[in-house]
Ligand binder design. Structure first.
Ligand code: SF4
Ligand code: SF4
Length: 298
């Protein structure tokens, strides 16, 4: 049975493609962006997750664990993932749900069942979007879901880094109604520093998809201090203009809501706690760079 680890299903989403959508978030990503909004989606495996904000400090989970994988410190429950056998004893013992697994393994059939539940809300434009993490990390599952959607007439789109082998990207292009592809940084060295990978593969995949007439939307996440400078936007505008087709570019503003996730994972959050969305005036100025190059900026 083909399965993947799904860490979230967002219903009634209006920011993950056209219309009203059900977005399925898959674990596993080949990039490690310093600003990742879904850091729980980076590793492909299911892991234990701790939410301190709903923990009542009863320590029942620590008592329940026979592997000594849990201990208490000044930040609440600390998890030793290497010792955890995923037996679920702590999850069962927790009275508030503060300790739980961060994803569940789903089959293609189970995912399609979830998608079909929301069908009355999709209307003419909406449908399902596969996101992540990176849906191309689980190609058999993702392509199975996309084909299942196509068979029953549900619009299916993907959000992707396009950091994948060309043959995998092409298989997705054949099976998907729209590809929403990120360009985070145009300069290879800056891209490597911020994401952990070079952007040559991503840009060559975009070039090839542009030649294949794939329904493509380029999305640029606006991240303070990382991607929101004029030099980066000018470089992206130049690249998209060179593709020889009208491909719209969407600017996606920074979302400061993920700080708690970093606390749960005990990872360093790269931003000041008071960092907020980029002001609309600044976003408009960056959009102007795109429109000055003849592009459609969203
Ligand atoms: S899932 Fe089992 S092994 Fe892992 S921390 Fe909980 S009780 Fe311990
Ligand atoms: S059992 Fe739940 S509420 Fe109690 S300490 Fe553990 S995580 Fe917190």
């Amino acid at each position: 049975m083909i399965t993947a680890n799904v860490f979230d299903i967002k219903r009634f989403s209006i920011n993950d493609g056209d219309g009203i959508r059900t977005t399925i978030f898959l674990k596993g990503c080949p990039l490690a962006c310093k600003w990742c909004q879904n850091p729980e989606g980076l590793i492909p495996e299911i892991r234990l997750w701790y939410a301190r904000n709903i923990c009542v400090s009863c320590k029942s989970c620590i008592v329940a664990c026979e592997e000594n994988a849990l201990r208490w410190d000044d930040r609440g429950v600390a998890i030793d993932h290497a010792s955890c056998t995923r037996c679920s004893e702590c999850v069962v013992a927790c009275p508030t749900g503060a300790i739980r697994f961060d994803a569940r393994e789903m089959s293609v059939a189970e995912a399609l069942e979830e998608i079909k539940k929301d069908r009355p809300f999709y209307g003419t434009d909406g449908g399902v979007t596969l996101s992540g993490g990176e849906c191309m990390v689980s190609p058999a599952f993702s392509l199975g879901v996309l084909r299942g959607c196509r068979e029953c007439g549900i619009n299916a789109q993907i959000e992707t880094s396009l950091y994948a082998r060309p043959e995998i990207v092409d298989a997705f292009a054949e099976t998907t109604d729209k590809i929403i592809a990120d360009i985070k940084l145009i300069d290879p060295a800056r891209h490597y520093l911020a994401t952990g990978v070079d952007n040559a593969l991503i840009l060559s995949n975009i070039r090839r998809l542009a030649q294949q007439d794939t329904n493509l939307l380029i999305r640029v996440p606006l991240i303070p201090g990382f991607t929101d400078d004029e030099e980066n936007m000018r470089g992206i505008a130049k690249f998209v203009s060179s593709l020889g087709r009208d491909i719209p570019v969407e600017l996606l503003n920074f979302n400061p809501m993920c700080r708690e996730k970093y606390e749960s994972l005990r990872k360093t959050y790269q931003f000041d706690p008071d960092e907020r969305e980029i002001p609309q005036q600044r976003v408009d100025a960056l959009k102007q760079i795109l429109t000055d190059c003849g592009l459609v900026a969203i």
